[in-house]
Design a protein around this ligand. Sequence first.
Ligand code: SF4
Ligand code: SF4
Length: 132
Amino acid sequence: MKTVTLDVRKPSESILGIGCCGAYCKTCKEFQNDRCHGCKIGYADGKRDIKKARCKIKVCCINKGFNSCADCEIYNTCDIIQDFYSKKSYKYKKYEEATLFIRKNGYTKFLAIAKGWKNQYGKYGIKTDQFT
Ligand code: SF4
Ligand code: SF4
C-alpha cells in the first residue's frame, strides 16, 4: 500500500492527525494549539526521536514507514495491534474501526468523515459490514 510523506501539520485534514492505531488526534485542543504533537508529527524531520517513543504500536508503525497500522500487510495477525484492539474499552473498538475503514476505503474518505468528529473517534454513517 502507498504511504504518504510525513512532513506537514497543515492542511487541517492532514493524515498526520491520525494516530498509528487509528485514534484521531486532530480533534484534540492540545494538538490544534500546537501543545501536543500527536502521535506522528516531528519524527520525519528529526524533531522527535522514535527511539524515545514508548508506544510499541507507534515505534513499529513509524519504523516501517507507514501512516498507520492500516497500511500493514500483517495487520490481521499482528499481536501488537490486535492485543491493543482487544482491550476492554469502547475506544479501542473505535480505533480498530478507524483502521479497518482506512484499509477498505483509504485515508481520503476517512478524513472526509473524521473532520466532522468532536472526539478521537466518531460515527461513519455506514453499516459496519462496510468495514471489512
Ligand atoms: S496509542 Fe500509540 S499509536 Fe495510538 S495514538 Fe497513542 S501513541 Fe499513537
Ligand atoms: S500492524 Fe503491527 S506490525 Fe504492522 S505496523 Fe502496526 S504494530 Fe507494526
